[in-house]
Design a protein around this ligand. Structure first.
Ligand SMILES: [Zn+2]
Length: 279
């Protein structure tokens, strides 16, 4: 109880709480969501700014975290903190990747390792070892040994709000858990992320019944409390560097904006956002 109160007090005292008052017992620990990290030439047909990012833009965001000493913590550390079992350093963020695309292995993992960052990867299990554009189980095994977390994103990448019956829900939610356990052990059965960010009460129930520890939505912002355990809010990332700084370092974003306003010119070094990022 005392430690819970202490962690709450520390959380509320964190300068990175930003402009909004903290909701009671919530923590501001943004869960960043990435999809494809790939050169523009490889992003054929993937136009949505939250689904594809150039490696150099991703590197700029990771380097920002490093340069500004923003702590990257694991998904499990955030859930521990929400449960009141642990405290997190101020300004902590969680990094996640959806879909299990091989370009994450090629274009994100080496940088994460070099910077000493941990991340959580949510593959949909059917694609592994079948399609060369996705991870192999061996790659995931290797990543686990390097401190990365693997979780479930269903079996076939299906929306939980469109599942036609309980059997399909079971296959997607519990079946993918079984597959992860078989291939990667129990440690890969703790966390779940909803394909397309689609949410439904039946999805929450299935995830809880399957024994996952927590689940991640796709949007909603940087604040979570333990009441959000089955649909933790998150922030889909784009190449927009100004938006990135607002999410991971809101106090710095305010400072930059004030300076910008004063001098009437930008002081940020953000890469020029592509047209599609402006939304
Ligand atoms: Zn997905």
């Amino acid at each position: 109880m005392i430690s819970t109160l202490l962690s709450l007090a520390l959380a509320l005292a964190t300068p990175a709480q930003g402009r909004r008052p903290a909701p009671p017992d919530s923590l501001r620990v943004p869960i960043l969501v990435y999809h494809n990290i790939q050169p523009e030439a490889d992003a054929r047909g993937i136009r949505a700014p939250d689904l594809t990012m150039r490696p150099e833009a991703f590197a700029a965001q990771m380097q920002y975290l490093k340069d500004h000493k923003i702590p990257v913590v694991s998904f499990g550390a955030l859930v521990d903190a929400l449960e009141g079992k642990a405290t997190l350093p101020p300004r902590a963020v969680v990094i996640t990747f959806d879909d299990g695309r091989e370009n994450q292995y090629r274009n994100a993992l080496p940088l994460l390792k070099r910077l000493g960052f941990t991340a959580t990867f949510f593959p949909f299990t059917h694609a592994m070892d079948r399609n060369p554009r996705y991870f192999t189980w061996a790659q995931f095994k290797e990543m686990q040994q390097e401190g990365m977390t693997i979780g479930s994103h269903t079996e076939l990448h299906v929306r939980v709000d469109k599942m036609k019956d309980a059997q399909q829900m079971h296959v997607e939610v519990a079946g993918s858990r079984d597959r992860l356990r078989e291939k990667l052990g129990d440690e890969a059965t703790a966390y779940f992320s909803y394909p397309f960010g689609a949410l439904a009460p039946a999805g929450d129930s299935a995830v809880r019944a399957a024994g996952y520890r927590a689940a991640r939505a796709y949007t909603g912002g940087p604040w979570n409390s333990i009441r959000d355990r089955w649909r933790l809010k998150a922030v889909p990332m784009t190449e927009n560097m100004h938006r990135f700084v607002q999410v991971v370092d809101p106090d710095a974003a305010i400072t930059v904006r004030a300076a910008t306003h004063k001098t009437q010119k930008s002081t940020t070094k953000a890469p020029t956002p592509r047209k599609a990022d402006r939304r």
